[in-house]
Design a protein around this ligand. Structure first.
Ligand code: HEM
Ligand code: HEM
Length: 228
């Protein structure tokens, strides 16, 4: 039987599938217009909490979740691009995949943060709508309306790269993102992480939920309602 080694910790895997589901649901609800805009904003808050979690997890999570482990130097990126097959193998994200990960997190950060400052021209507004200058508000609206097109391109590339690995390089990357484990054919035993740091993951997740609650409820300016 082939031995398997734990590479992706459980909190990172929950983050990944939760993030993918949240983004797709936010997209769907945005397309439905005013009817689902309230749900859309709630999903946006979930996305903010997930991003905060991933940033902290990238600093204190297990080995392969850490930015220091996978953010590539220009040298390692160049050597990977020159000869992807002979470049030093990586148990976690390869240098090109790592760039994609960072790009997706940055794009969704821009999308979710800009959402806080805009309204839908009907009844619903982000919690900080009306609290910045008109010029800045226009920038936020522009960002919220245009960033997602780049995100769609990034998601398509992401899935295309995974399909390429599966069909051409005969490497299944999806199963490890579900089970957390890679086989000895894919990684060395020294690459394995001892455990998922689940308790730490729960503490970080609770802190992120409290932070987003504070940001969008406690700290959000009270909007005065006028009835005519
Ligand atoms: C909206 C859709 C999606 C988004 C936003 C997304 C985002 C991400 C992010 C941010 C990572 C990096 C994980 C981390 O280090 O935290 C990642 C990795 C990964 N994703 Fe997705 N993902 C999406 C959909 C999918 C789908 C549908 C699949 C499966 C077909 C998939 C399979 C994977 C795999 C296998 C990896 C690990 C790649 C590697 O080994 O380097 N993702 N994704
Ligand atoms: C994952 C995060 C988010 C994604 C992927 C996302 C995506 C989108 C998309 C694609 C649209 C349609 C834009 C268009 O019609 O051109 C939209 C509209 C909108 N979003 Fe978001 N959004 C996110 C987070 C948020 C947040 C956090 C808020 C506010 C709390 C928000 C509030 C709105 C509003 C009010 C609209 C309607 C804008 C209009 O009609 O002009 N979004 N969003």
């Amino acid at each position: 039987m082939t031995e398997k080694h734990l590479i992706w910790d459980l909190p990172l895997r929950i983050f990944h599938w939760g993030f993918a589901a949240t983004i797709l649901a936010a997209w769907y609800t945005a397309e439905q217009g005013a009817d689902l805009v309230e749900i859309h904003m709630q999903l946006g808050f979930v996305a903010l909490a997930l991003i905060a979690f991933r940033i902290l997890w990238g600093l204190i999570g297990p080995k392969h979740a850490r930015f220091s482990q996978f953010v590539p130097s220009p040298k390692s990126l160049l050597s990977y691009l020159r000869s992807p097959n002979t470049a030093k193998s990586t148990a976690g994200h390869n240098p090109l995949g790592a760039l994609m990960v960072i790009l997706m997190i940055l794009l969704i950060s821009a999308q979710a943060i800009s959402g806080l400052f805009i309204n839908d021209d009907v009844f619903s507004s982000g919690p900080y709508y009306g609290r910045i200058s008109n010029e800045l508000e226009k920038v936020m609206k522009f960002l919220h309306h245009n960033t997602f097109d780049f995100m769609i391109a990034a998601i398509v590339l992401h899935i295309a790269a995974i399909t390429f690995y599966w069909r051409v390089k005969k490497e299944n990357l999806v199963l490890p993102m579900i089970t957390g484990k890679k086989t000895t054919a894919q990684v060395k035993s020294s690459d394995a992480i001892p455990h998922s740091k689940i308790i730490l993951g729960c503490i970080v997740a609770v802190c992120c939920v409290i932070f987003v609650y504070w940001l969008v409820v406690v700290n959000a300016p009270v909007i005065e309602e006028f009835y005519y």
